[in-house]
Design a protein around this ligand. Sequence first.
Ligand code: NDP
Length: 484
Amino acid sequence: MNRELMIIDGERTASSGGKFIPVETPAKRGTIIAEVPRATEVDVDRAVKAAAKAFVDWKRMAPRDRGKLMLKIADDMEVQSEDLAKTLSLETGNAIRTQSRGEIALAADLFRFYGGVASEQKGETVPLGEQILCYSRREPIGVVAGIIPWNSPVLLGALKIAMSLPVGNTMVLKPATDAPLAVLKMVSICNAHLPQGVLNAVTGSGSECGTMLASHPDVRKLSLTGSTEVGRIIMAIAADRIVPVTLELGGKNPQIVFPDANDDHVIQSVINGMRFTRQGQSCTAGSRLFLHSSIFDSFVEKMVKKLRALKIGDPLDEGTDVGAIINKAQFEKVCAYVRDGIGQKGSKLVTGGIPPDEGPLAQGYFMEPTVLTHVKNEWRVAREEIFGPVLVVIPWESEEEAIRMANDTHYGLAAYVYSHDIGKALRTAHAIEAGWVQVNQGLGIVPGTSYGGFKQSGIGREYSLEGMLDSYTQRKCVTVNLQY
Ligand code: NDP
């Protein structure tokens, strides 16, 4: 059996309890591809203590020197990118051509971006008069606990590492049980360039390993990307010890199409925005499509034609566009939402739906892109994050009505607006309650841009320079009496 081990204090480490957790590939039901250690409290404690010890010297290193190590990690990740992408596709079910290669490239790019701006960890001077020198420093916080989900594990792991380490923090990272393999490989690559103990990785379930890590008294900052539900748990743990949190949580993101935008570019952008080629398993998936009623039928018809042309199947096949849903529980949850949506009076299933239980696709957790039209914004399928390839389409008549429905959600992560009328598009972008609005495109995040949620989609910002400075450093003010 293939085993990936944890990395604690620079060493590949099994669990002190001797137990392992299996990792299944979603493309072939019941097929175990590897196992990872089930960390005990002793392991988590060792990892945090190693990070705390390493912090003493790491924080004293010049930011530019730390940054240079990030650049080396980026280079090395690129050298090993194909192996990382294959591992990632096997464990997540994401298609290698449309998803995994791009994810590894973006992860390497994040190391390069944050390595390059490390010396921006600057303070300010405050003019208090000739007799006083007052300046601020941006100091690291200490040991960061990074907890990440399974949907883009390498990207999100790279993000936590690349934002925390250049400014002098050390880290213990916990990947999701469903997708720990490529993350552990990435942490190994990082460790080849970092001093011992600066970056550690522990594996185990969230309720066990995650709780132990978040509750460890020597952890000084909690950074979670995951569901809003787990965000609440992490915030409660943080409240107990008064430690800062960064929470990147769920979304139920609107895509608003104006009547003048019924064209091929917009249809493709809506499909991209819905992240159909990631089986809709993205926090930024634009899963509520608000179509103006005058273009409703023709837009849906053209979109469905494009969706039916997507090839679903083996994530490692170069011809595959759409891979598999992560696991059985998630697959069944998505099917239950589809059943619920179909059962609502007036809804119409225009493509996809509950997958057949035999045939080649039934061998894995595969589901065709699914579109439900004439949905009401108050139905469960329109309110709850499905985290699967299910797009709900809602008609609208007035701009005001579209904005009201788009904002009628407890989430506020991302949004998409499509119109040639830039005034209308920007008016709408400004009126939407979301941390990231794209106009006339449905692309992924780019390093350097500010990213994070409004409302229950999260707290804090990532991907940007100011995200690193605000979320992963703390300011100290020094006031000096020059007359003494
Ligand atoms: P979960 O919230 O279930 O899990 C996220 C991580 O938290 C996993 O590592 C999980 O461990 C861990 N965890 C679970 N319970 C606890 C606990 N009690 N204490 C500490 N850690 C815990 O999310 P999923 O993995 O299912 O990922 C999907 C979610 O992530 C969606 O809601 C999605 O929107 C969100 N997400 C948000 C993003 C953003 O940038 N805003 C980006 C990507 C995803 P384990 O899995 O091992 O149980």
